[in-house]
Design a protein. Structure first.
Length: 488
């Protein structure tokens, strides 16, 4: 591995101008340096060298496959969604027998009429169609596909575990080696935005999948491969613990549990009722009750696996916090989108990471105003959580949001991504806190640190909301190797 010397760079946001030398995958010298004769020298006077950025929540295969599916995000109704799919198909050869047409991104939280299988059949008779919601918590199937899968469903819209199971079943239609190639392409794109590490929450045998991907090509970032319940017993039998290195940059991640649903699907479990309940579920859905959550978290933590609990609604967050207190283990709460003020200080417990996705606050602000009326002052409450002492870590939930940490940082700080006024600006956080959350707490660069770094042309502290979002990345290094390098 060739040593690398950065000359006259700013050492972190707001830091001093200095030289930094990398060798053997680590930072070995900082100061006024004379590069070695074999060094790769990068001379970018005034550029900012920062710790690498982390995406604390992705679904790798769905993120990669979403880039190849029909995009229906801009649809404002079921009919418009169907028309987008039909229009896309008119530009393709007819689906072969058995082929499933995959679309992604419907958001029905603001629709006046619900999606239905008959709309797909009317526009595309006999065609097998699957439309995945933007939040990954619902899947809308055509009658032909329901028939092939042996399902009989009144509307064709399946939610939560039914959705997860069907998505997993459909994913097996694509050859693993093809998905692996797509995933590696997607992670390379993430590296180009400065990401050096991800936590992969794909519903799959992630250990096996990532080991196989590493055989196909160099993985361009660190991966924490999560464990789901179907693979828990095997993981325990193998004696694997969260943090164990599986190979090179791949390690065992947390044990994933899902306590409730989502806001757009109106299944996030809340203390107060929804004004427009779905299927009579006034408060959303609790998918694991507190006793079962405690049981599973206890099994995992006693076997060295840190739990990561999906909790979006405020009641689900109360239950997740209760469970962490009862089990007395470290771990993560994923999302924390609605939090009662009295629960905010409970997120400050030692060893608990609050994994949040600031882009969701902007994409869901209108849905929250409609379905959480009178409560949005405590929605996506990053300011409240930070003031209470919580440890925040940013992510994208890709493919729910694009894995671009600069958008996440801008959203957390400015609370608007368009020309509207900031949404609950009191829940914004300072830029330095956002940078800390985007780097999983790495605020400085010191001798001996792993060389997971990003080189930027500007110091983020001086950038406006729009400029943060378009900030170029000159180089990204993971373990001292370039995973991205712009032309010098």
């Amino acid at each position: 591995m060739q040593p690398i010397t950065f000359q006259q760079v700013r050492l972190g946001s707001g830091g001093p101008i200095t030289d930094v030398r990398i060798d053997g995958g680590r930072v070995v010298e900082i100061g006024d340096l004379r590069p070695g004769s074999g060094d790769d020298v990068l001379h970018h006077p005034g550029a900012t060298l920062m710790p690498g950025l982390v995406d604390g929540h992705v679904h790798s295969a769905q993120w990669a496959e979403r880039r190849r599916r029909i995009d229906v995000q801009r649809a404002h109704s079921p009919a418009e969604t169907v028309e987008l799919i039909a229009t896309a198909l008119r530009g393709r050869s007819a689906p072969v027998n058995g082929e499933v047409v995959m679309a992604h991104g419907f958001r029905d939280g603001l629709w006046s009429t619900p999606p239905h299988k008959d709309l797909l059949e009317s526009a595309m008779p006999g065609v097998q169609v699957a439309v995945i919601s933007q939040d990954l918590h619902a899947i809308w199937l055509s009658p032909a596909l329901l028939s092939r899968l042996g399902r009989d469903h009144e509307t064709g819209v399946l939610r939560e575990q039914d959705c997860i199971d069907l998505n997993y079943e459909l994913s097996r239609d694509v050859a693993p080696e093809l998905v692996d190639r797509w995933v590696l392409e997607a992670t390379a794109a993430a590296a180009a935005r400065g990401i050096t590490s991800i936590v992969d929450f794909e519903y799959a045998d992630n250990r096996t999948d990532w080991m196989r991907r590493a055989e196909q090509g160099a993985v361009p970032l660190r991966v924490k491969a999560s464990v789901w319940k179907p693979w828990l017993d095997e993981t325990i039998e193998r004696g694997l613990h969260t943090g164990d290195v599986l190979r090179d940059l791949i390690e065992v991640g947390p044990f994933k549990l899902v306590a409730d649903g989502s806001l757009n699907t109106r299944t996030a479990y809340c203390h107060d009722p929804y004004p427009e309940a779905v299927a009579g579920e006034k408060h959303g859905l609790l998918l694991i009750d507190e006793e079962e959550l405690v049981r599973l978290m206890t099994v995992a933590s006693r076997n060295g696996l840190a739990p990561a609990v999906h909790a979006i609604g405020d009641h689900a967050n109360t239950i997740a916090l209760n469970a962490f207190e009862r089990v007395a283990c470290t771990g993560r709460i994923e999302h924390a989108q609605l939090v009662r003020p009295e629960d905010a200080p409970r997120f400050a417990r030692p060893g608990l990471v609050t994994s949040v996705q600031p882009q969701h606050a902007m994409s869901d602000r209108d849905v929250a105003d409609r379905h959480w009326p009178g409560r949005t002052a405590t929605a996506f409450p990053y300011g409240s959580l930070l003031r209470a002492g919580a440890t925040l870590e940013f992510g994208s939930d890709a493919p729910v949001s694009e894995p671009d940490p600069w958008h996440a940082i801008a959203d957390a700080v400015h609370r608007t991504d368009d020309d509207r006024a900031p949404w609950h600006v009191e829940q914004g956080i300072p830029l330095n806190a956002a940078l800390e959350a985007a780097t999983a707490g790495r605020t400085t660069i010191s001798v001996g640190d792993p060389a997971d770094l990003v080189l930027l042309p500007d110091d983020p502290i001086h950038l406006s909301n729009p400029d943060l979002r378009t900030l170029p990345v000159l180089a990204t290094l993971v373990a001292g190797r370039f995973s991205h390098r712009a032309e010098d």
